[in-house]
Design a protein around this ligand. Structure first.
Ligand code: ZN
Length: 93
């Protein structure tokens, strides 16, 4: 599997996790009233789940596929932002 494909799957997982986190906070809000703790659990859960994101680095220069300069976006790029390596092609050995 290519780096782009792995990163894309991670992005889709994170979209689902975000949706579940929102539903979780809303459900706790609805059942127990406003809860900062539920919100904190959701945020920490999302940060924890998003940890693998830091591993999607360009095999040639190490630039992260989710970074556009210094800005992090929720979707990976197909070509490396630093060296231009195509991340949706099988790795050159
Ligand atoms: Zn690169």
């Amino acid at each position: 599997m290519t780096l782009y494909e792995c990163a894309r799957r991670h992005a889709i997982r994170m979209a689902w996790a975000l949706l579940i986190a929102i539903v979780f906070v809303l459900a706790v809000d609805w059942a127990y009233g406003h809860s900062t703790i539920a919100f904190a659990i959701a945020i920490f859960g999302l940060i924890w789940l998003n940890m693998p994101m830091l591993g999607f680095n360009c095999p040639r220069c190490g630039h992260n596929a989710f970074f556009r300069g210094v800005i992090v976006v929720p979707w990976p790029r197909k070509t490396c932002g630093k060296c231009g390596l195509e991340l949706d092609r099988p790795a050159e050995s």
